[in-house]
Design a protein around this ligand. Sequence first.
Ligand code: TXA
Ligand code: MG
Length: 330
Amino acid sequence: MQTSFISSVTEEHVQRAAAILNDGGLVAFPTETVYGLGALATNETAVKKIFAAKGRPSDNPLIIHIADFSEVTRYAREIPPIAERLAEEFWGGPLTMIFKKQPSVPDAVTAGLDTVAIRLPSHPIAYRLIKAAGSGIAAPSANTSGRPSPTTAADVLADMEGKIEMILDGGTSEHGVESTVLDLTSSTPRILRPGAVSLEMLLPFLPDCTYASANHCDKPACPGMKYTHYAPDAKVFAVKTLSVLDVNRLTENDPDAGILALSVEESGYRAAHLLSAGKTAADYAACLFSYLREADRRGIRTLYAVLPSPDGIGTAVINRLTKAAGGDIL
Ligand code: TXA
Ligand code: MG
């Protein structure tokens, strides 16, 4: 299959992309979090193609992307009143809410669960595409399963060339980590995946909101959590307590070692490859996945990624890095 790569997206391109979706094809599109790989949510055959293109296990459900809050009732039922308040505050934006599903939502989207994940992205191209398609778009991140999520259209091309009909380039993703996934169907609201909408931001609306700890997360509450994620070819270690000196001791005399950290040089880190994650946790989130891909291009074999402090979007960075490290924390 020939993949059309569209770099300056016009209204005509959006119409073409919407036609591809309505014909049962796949289109990758930008969002403010990461790039998505979309199929029409109501077309089960098309949705199944997403799993094939990504090599994604079929028991890991997808998020339906919509363009207006009123569309929630097409896919979900028993919507708690707080959902509209959260939508006013955080949509369009990086918050996914989980509701009970409508029977009409194809099983391929929800992996057979009785619940459905819905989000309204803020990226203008995503919004225009959903509007033009006239239906919700089911979309996971547009990476090969297990690889870092794509934050540029070039990252999508690297994983999806020849497997999907079209890629819409909308620049570098603003947040760089995937949306916060909030389960509103459990007895108390739970964050299944941390993102740019942090626990601190949700607490004023949901005083009893907590993180679902991985230990308490049995199937089917958070199916995506059990798979290896975000892994580059390099071996990643998440550095939590090790001192700068101790990390430098591990990297000295190793030409294939790298260190990724906030203000990496100012902090005194030394390695053949120093990757600066910027000054703030938001900077770190924005460059994290592109650095994991960059590490492979540079031939880094061992990457020490120093964790930021565990608040705000820093929690999401820690979550992704811990997974990329396969739980190896120093
Ligand atoms: O920011 C994002 O959320 C991006 C962009 C493209 O919107 N999408 C994304 O999709 O990250 P994906 O498929 O890579 O991650 C969706 C996560 C998975 O961990 C999945 O298990 C979880 O959401 N999920 C989806 N539906 C669910 C459900 N009904 N119950 C529990 N978890 C669900
Ligand atoms: Mg993903």
